[in-house]
Design a protein around this ligand. Structure first.
Ligand code: TYM
Length: 339
């Protein structure tokens, strides 16, 4: 997408501070965020309001919010270029989310795969209404900034379609107000699977010990998890969509997402090798990604005041844009402006 009238297209994305970030979050989201930051006008938030759609311990949530923001920077976002902020610091997110919630058809919300998956793990009595309304809040995040592009892993594509549909509905009812955003998935790594179960997406909230490599895992721990990754009883190392070959495909995908090599080149490199060699190669490239990221992260966490100043600036920049869009949407919907 090229700049129009010298203005860079806008990007918005976010990650929930609901657990420790994984290499899935890095390869599906963060890595792309860093890559596009010079070409687009980028807004990246820590979506704490989304995190409370499932139960969170207050002290933990606060800590994870800081950690996530620090991780954004450690992964390579430059706060002088990208706007980094906390979702709840900009009240317009909650306000627009309510307006959109009132317009979101229940049928659309009930069709969301993420809602179906997450609610299946709980009893009706324990599912908060926020879990169902979650996509309206995500739509608010995106529409407040008139984002053109939303870099995410492919599990979020359905929410993006929902956002477009809801924006269209609003524009149709109240006049052109919101920009319709497009999804941006990485070429490789759009869906990193669990190392222990390669038919399920790697998730930061899955407790099994060998499921995910976390960005703050010690390098030996990360290596160990990769060396223990589930594979199969075949020998051939090639990309494959077959279910029983999902483990090897996942390792190759992680390798490809980090090295940016073509599938043909990777298959040729591993042609005469065994699964042990593949795992060692993946472990090496994951370790060389984590090492500098962790060094920067721990440095940031000890720099008193720095993170707060980044988030304060982010809140100011994001807040000004979000407020203006909210005001317009309120006016269009018919709210009486305060005198
Ligand atoms: P969340 O917190 O579940 O995940 C954050 C980002 O990481 C990507 N991701 C993955 N990518 C590849 N493989 C995986 N195993 C994997 N796991 C997670 C997700 O696709 C996502 O890009 N609803 C969002 C957060 C959100 C948001 C937004 C995103 C709220 N508002 C506005 C974009 C724009 C979510 O739950 O992400």
């Amino acid at each position: 997408m090229a700049a129009v009238n010298g203005k860079k297209p806008r990007v918005l994305s976010g990650i929930q501070p609901s657990g420790n970030l994984t290499i899935g979050n890095y390869l599906g989201a963060l890595k792309q965020w860093v890559e596009v930051q010079h070409d687009y006008d980028c807004f990246y938030c820590v979506v704490d309001l989304h995190a409370i759609t499932t139960a969170q311990d207050p002290a933990d949530l606060r800590q994870k919010t800081r950690e996530s923001a620090a991780m954004y920077i450690a992964a390579g976002l430059d706060p002088e270029i990208s706007t980094i902020f906390v979702q709840s610091h900009v009240p317009a997110h909650s306000e627009l989310a309510w307006m959109l919630t009132c317009m979101a058809p229940l049928g659309w919300l009930h069709r969301m795969t993420q809602f179906k998956d997450k609610s299946a793990k709980q009893t009706q009595e324990s599912i908060g209404a926020g879990l169902l309304n979650y996509p309206s809040l995500m739509a608010a995040d995106i529409l407040l900034y008139h984002a053109d592009l939303v870099p995410v892993g492919d599990d979020q594509n359905q929410h993006l379609e929902f956002t477009r549909d809801l924006a269209q509905r609003f524009n149709h009812l109240y006049g052109e107000t919101f920009t319709l955003p497009s999804v941006m998935n990485p070429q490789a790594g759009a869906r990193v699977m669990g190392l222990d179960n390669p038919t399920a997406k790697m998730s930061k909230s899955e407790a099994a010990e060998n499921h995910a490599v976390f960005l703050l895992d010690s390098l030996p721990a990360a290596r160990k998890k990769i060396m223990r990754a589930v594979t199969d009883s075949h020998r051939e190392i090639r990309f494959s969509k077959e279910r029983e070959r999902a483990g090897v495909n996942n390792l190759l995908t992680i390798y490809q997402a980090i090295t940016n090599e073509s599938s043909d080149a990777i298959e040729a490199d591993f042609a005469d090798m065994g699964y042990g060699n593949l795992k060692r190669a993946v472990a090496d490239c994951v370790a060389s990604t984590l090492e500098p990221l962790q060094a920067r992260y721990y440095e940031l966490m000890t720099e008193a005041g720095y993170l707060d100043s980044v988030l304060k600036l982010g809140r100011e920049k994001a807040g000004a844009i979000a407020e203006a869009t909210l005001k317009l949407a309120q006016e269009r919907m018919g709210f009486l402006a305060p005198s």
